[in-house]
Design a protein around this ligand. Structure first.
Ligand SMILES: [Zn+2]
Length: 440
């Protein structure tokens, strides 16, 4: 195990930082990471076929002569940038202090990639023979939407006409149930993701001197529009992952709450009122919209000829980007809508499957008596690029994090405990043996 910790620390020391602008990527570091894997995991490189896709996307294929559908494990090795100077320890030296490893990427997502590599290397060493093909796919720009990495790897796999029994990616984790208002620990498995759209909304105004203004300037029209949209949120809807989550949580509730949550569809008119009051739960039952940037005007005494605002929309299953544009247009004839980014929400994965059963069995075995539930992810992962390849995409990282540890994701002083990292290896070992072996 000490060796795996040392390998993990070395991986964390490589500065594979993702930026929105491609030209800021230091691709030498990405190359270094690929070489590091090659040097560190010789058995994998002797046994599995490796393909490098679109320069830095990494795909390993453990071939068998078996006909069963393959499985795939995903992870990404890019990390978000750091605030230089505001960390307790250097974010790229991966210091081991009191059984914690401090580094950017410690919980997102080099812990996944390295624990998966450690597991597979050990499986080969132990002479494990898979009963179906295993793929490992590692993206390099997940933090900036995955269009160069995951999307290209997925395209390649689609061109090979592959379908997967299941795909496992990062996503939900094990946390104290108090974060969801229940006792004990809870393990959440993402089975769908909302999508993200950005629209630029522009209003035109009369130009001229501000000493003789019209009733509404471009800014005034825009302000009235913003107020209207904010006052009329999208309709609520109960989708399957949220319904399942409420039912599961109900087993640890009592009184009226228990009765309502046990049958959320029947009591949705009541439930949605309380869910709508909390920002987090509100986001689970409707498409949300936030106006995040605005721009207008050139001088205090000049009427603005236009005003524009960016709306960031998180689309819930049941809505499509088309519906959102029509809806925005319905508030004003004058608004011009420009699409900056647009994506439909993902499919919802099937949970009545062998692989989901194996996943939950493994979680119970490794994490003990935790409440397991599927849920809807509000953020995105690389796996949404793999939708065409499987109906059974599960987003779960076998890590147990407190609320405080979870808040370090993308923040200063990100760390993972040595116990958590070791347990990931134990988890993947059991999961792969069951899902790709003949022990289940
Ligand atoms: Zn991530």
């Amino acid at each position: 195990m000490t060796r795996s910790i040392e390998n993990f620390r070395k991986a964390l020391q490589i500065k594979t930082i993702s930026y929105p602008e491609t030209e800021r990527f230091d691709f030498d570091e990405f190359k270094k990471f690929i070489d590091f894997l090659e040097k560190t995991y010789p058995l994998i490189h002797n046994t599995l076929e490796r393909k490098i896709i679109n320069h830095y996307g990494i795909l390993y294929h453990w071939k068998t002569d078996k006909k069963l559908l393959p499985i795939m494990m995903l992870a990404h090795y890019d990390v978000v940038p750091v605030n230089e100077g505001s960390w307790k320890y250097d974010p790229f030296s991966a210091d081991l202090v009191e059984d914690k490893i401090y580094a950017r990427g410690a919980i997102d997502d080099k812990n996944s990639i390295i624990s998966i590599m450690e597991t597979v290397e050990a499986l080969i060493k132990a002479d494990f023979k898979p009963e179906r093909d295993i793929y490992l796919a590692f993206g390099y720009d997940e933090e900036t939407l995955g269009i160069r990495g995951a999307k290209e790897i997925s395209k390649y796999l689609q061109s090979e006409n592959l379908q997967f029994e299941c795909i496992l990616d990062e996503g939900g984790i094990v946390t104290p149930g108090s974060m969801m208002g229940v006792d004990g620990d809870i393990a959440v498995i993402g089975i769908g993701e909302k999508s993200q759209c950005n629209y630029k909304l522009t209003f035109k105004g009369e130009q001229g001197h501000s000493s003789a203004p019209p009733t509404h300037t471009a800014i005034g029209k825009m302000a009235a529009f913003i107020k209207e949209v904010e006052d009329h949120p999208r309709k609520t809807r109960l989708i399957k992952p949220v319904e399942e989550m409420l039912k599961n949580l109900s087993t640890r509730k009592s009184g009226l709450e228990k009765i309502l949550m046990r049958n959320p569809r029947r009591y949705f008119s009541l439930i949605k009122k309380s869910m709508g009051k909390n920002h987090q739960t509100n986001a689970l039952i409707r498409t949300t919209l936030a106006f995040t940037m605005a721009d207008s005007g050139t001088a205090p005494n000049i009427l603005p000829d236009k005003a524009s605002v960016i709306a960031n929309v998180r689309v819930l299953q049941g809505d499509q980007p088309e519906d959102i544009k029509k809806w925005l247009q319905s508030f004003s004839d004058e608004v011009e809508i420009k699409v900056l980014a647009e994506e439909a929400p993902t499919k919802i994965s099937n949970i009545e499957t062998r692989s989901y059963q194996i996943l939950t069995d493994t979680i119970h075995h490794i994490f003990g008596d935790v409440l397991i539930t599927p849920y809807l992810m509000i953020g995105g992962t690389d796996s949404r690029n793999y939708e065409a390849l499987s109906d059974n995409i599960y987003k779960f990282m076998p890590c147990k994090l407190t609320a405080a540890e979870l808040s370090l994701m993308h923040a200063d002083d990100e760390y993972i405990s040595v116990d958590n990292f070791k347990r990931m290896i134990t988890f993947y070992d059991e999961f792969i043996r069951k899902v790709a072996g003949n022990e289940f």
